[in-house]
Design a binder for this molecule. Structure first.
Ligand code: IVH
Length: 671
């Protein structure tokens, strides 16, 4: 059925709203609504488009990930070559570049734009009539691969830009954007953790992970890989359509791209460029993604044209590369460390080396597969890399010693119980629930920054607390007294008081952090948030069945089973009780203040409600203690039906679930 005008308008309104929230979340990093609210908007739009397929536009936010997997990538020739940059490795070399450029341009000084040099995969995005038409990798610089279907899934890339903005900037609707796809260090570590869990191949660094995630045949994989894209060039017919590079970056920003403008600096001369490079060398670790240097570009486009290119690189731009954070050293031993889930991780003990100002004496080897891949033996000479805050890792073996190949131990190095390995996993595990090493790691995880954030509870202190049996389960932390802490090594009265304050403060960390902090296998931060939002209390989560758990968006059977298994253990159920008794905020804050007339009730919405958007309706349910599910089951209490409902309505009738219209729903909620 063709959509009426009001429905078409509603779809357009939703699209605009979703685009705005994508921009706020993925580009500005300032989300205005919760993930759940965002998902609801998206569900509304998907519902609407499913019912009126003629409403679907290629640039609709629902169309980021196409369904089909492809056979390979088509080669595409770039409109103008994607060249590389000459590298400089010292400020002297950088000043030489400036001198040569000044001489050629016959200027006494040149104005530059200094930008981060993102360590990722460069892409060319071709926009036609304001909409993303093609995304191509750099390839050999002349011809790249068509990765459009995958790149559409990168949410900081606009599928379409506002015509008004183009007009205002004086940029035609056919243009090209070049930039770099990157992965944050956190997403990279999370991805490798997942790869370990599922027996997939680890990525060596965020750059490889970004490149590997763009060059997969299934766009859904790219979508799940959390990539960002930093735009750094705007071209029209192979030329910058503005008078300066800075203006081009500003235009990209106005067109709502995440651009290199964010950390760029307009430098009146090379002196300021050097100062910028110095500043960023120490600041680079604070960025969420990796940079491997600074790119310096002549600001004036007229001068850029005058300077031109050598055969392989522009004369108007250069890269200043930071020293590689790699060193060579010798592996003296390989020990096995027990993690919080009991997984044994091999760790290489090294002759200490300084890498980028930090002394490194150990390096993770991840698992047995990695040892095989590296072909590593004790006594080998290896290259170690320390990138950002990522734990140092072995890049490759450069010379073999004559030592043994490391073998996993047959007993746990901490509790001496036997070790298990399931056939579908890479890791060897200690399955003893009271293994002290596991508990030590669990406690560190519980206190970590993204969990309960107990500042000062580091590994030395945890060793003492566990070793002296002052803390035997996570809840014991909350029973610690000044008298317990003061006598510990490196603890004065002041630090003991500070720690107790921190522990007290952590009681307010909230349910999502607490759920994450419990260290349940497969439950990362995001899952912690989703579970907290869905169940509202630790008690409700602990009681949930596998079936109920899989109702939570993004929670699959594997995760659900792991959660249910965790709470089926008596010790863990007792832990929940003990944490509650200790006064931890084990419920969502807003739950404490709302009236609970819909407490425990599950609602499913279908069809278009006359007055409320899905989001508003969802808010009402949540505000009164109920929850919204996506599909109708026997557990559904009410199905709220609007105009032209979908199959959920039929299912509700089939199961005899109570059906309400908007008015009845409002009455029930007292809204
Ligand atoms: S400008 C003529 N700006 O570095 C090529 N490149 O070594 C000018 N890169 O292929 C490139 N961040 O992949 C430019 N802010 C930035 C960059 C950047 C990273 C990469 C890009 C390029 C390589 C050159």
């Amino acid at each position: 059925m063709p959509a009426s005008r009001s429905i078409a308008q509603k779809a357009e309104r939703l699209r605009r709203e979703i685009r705005e929230h994508e921009y706020r979340y993925y580009v500005l990093d300032e989300p205005a609504i919760s993930d759940r609210q965002f998902d609801r908007l998206m569900d509304d739009l998907k519902d609407l488009e499913a019912r009126y397929p003629d409403l679907v536009t290629p640039d609709s936010p629902t169309q980021r990930v196409g369904g089909e997997t492809r056979e390979g990538f088509q080669p595409v020739r770039h409109a103008s070559p994607m060249l590389s940059l000459d590298n400089t490795y010292s400020y002297d070399e950088l000043r030489d570049f400036d001198r040569r450029a000044r001489e050629r341009a016959e200027r006494s000084s040149l104005e530059y734009v200094a930008e981060n040099k993102f360590d990722g995969l460069s892409l060319s995005l071709v926009y036609e009539k304001g909409a993303l038409a093609r995304a191509v990798t750099r390839g050999d610089g002349t011809t790249g691969e068509d990765v459009t279907a995958n790149v559409r899934a990168i949410r900081s890339i606009p599928l379409a830009v506002e015509r008004g903005a183009l007009h205002w900037l004086g940029v035609p609707a056919d243009f090209e954007v070049r930039g770099e796809a990157v992965m944050t260090r956190r997403a990279f570590e999370e991805l490798n953790r997942q790869q370990d869990e599922t027996g997939g191949k680890r990525f060596a660094n965020p750059r490889n992970a970004a490149a590997g995630s763009v060059r997969v045949l299934d766009p859904a994989i790219t979508a799940s890989r959390k990539l960002d894209f930093f735009a750094y060039f705007l071209y029209v017919d192979g030329r910058v359509p503005l008078s300066t590079h800075w203006k081009a970056l500003e235009a990209l920003d106005k067109l709502r791209f995440l651009s290199s403008l964010r950390h760029a600096s307009l430098c009146p001369s090379i002196d300021e460029v050097v100062a910028y490079c110095e500043r960023w060398e120490s600041k680079r670790d604070t960025l969420p993604y990796e940079i491997d240097g600074i790119v310096v570009k002549v600001n004036s486009i007229a001068l850029e044209r005058e300077l031109g290119f050598t055969t392989k690189a522009p004369r108007w731009a250069v890269a200043y590369k930071y020293p590689a954070r790699q060193e060579t050293t010798i592996v003296r031993d390989v020990i096995w460390q027990v993690g919080r889930t009991g997984a044994l991780t091999p760790v290489a003990m090294l002759d200490p080396v300084e890498i980028g100002g930090v002394t490194v004496s150990r390096s993770t080897l991840h698992n047995m597969d990695e040892i095989e891949r590296l072909g590593l033996h004790v006594g080998d000479t290896v290259v170690i890399e320390r990138a950002g805050e990522v734990i140092p890792h072995v890049v490759k073996v450069t010379r073999h010693g004559h030592g043994k190949k490391p073998q996993p131990p047959s007993r746990c190095p901490s509790c001496d119980r036997s070790i298990h390995k399931s056939p579908d996993e890479v890791a060897y595990r200690c399955v003893n629930n009271s293994c002290p090493a596991k508990f030590r790691e669990a406690l560190l995880h519980f206190a970590s920054r993204h969990a309960m954030d107990i500042d000062g509870l580091g590994d030395k202190l945890v060793d003492q607390l566990v070793g002296k049996e002052l803390v035997k389960d996570l809840a014991d932390l909350y029973g610690l007294k000044l008298g317990d802490l003061e006598p510990l090594e490196r603890m004065g009265r002041k630090s003991a008081e500070n720690l107790l304050d921190e522990i007290e403060k952590s009681k307010q960390a909230g349910l999502a952090r607490l759920v994450y902090g419990l260290g349940i296998r497969f439950v990362g931060e995001r899952t912690g948030e989703l579970l907290a939002g869905h169940f509202g209390s630790l008690e409700a989560l602990a009681k949930a069945s596998v079936e109920e758990l899989t109702e939570v968006p993004e929670v699959g059977p594997k995760v659900a089973e792991s959660i249910a298994e965790f709470f089926s253990e008596k010790a863990n159920r007792e832990l929940v009780e003990k944490l509650k008794r200790a006064g931890l905020r084990a419920e969502e804050k807003r739950r404490a203040t709302r009236d609970a007339r819909l407490e425990g009730k599950t609602f499913v919405f279908t069809g278009i409600l006359p007055h409320l958007t899905r989001e508003e309706a969802g808010e009402i349910v949540a505000a009164h203690g109920g929850k919204v599910a996506n599909s109708v089951s026997k557990k559904t209490d009410y199905v709220v039906v609007g105009a032209e409902p979908g199959s959920k309505y039929d299912k509700a009738r089939e199961l005899g679930v109570e059906i309400l219209d908007e008015d009845e729903f409002k009455k029930l909620a007292g809204a």
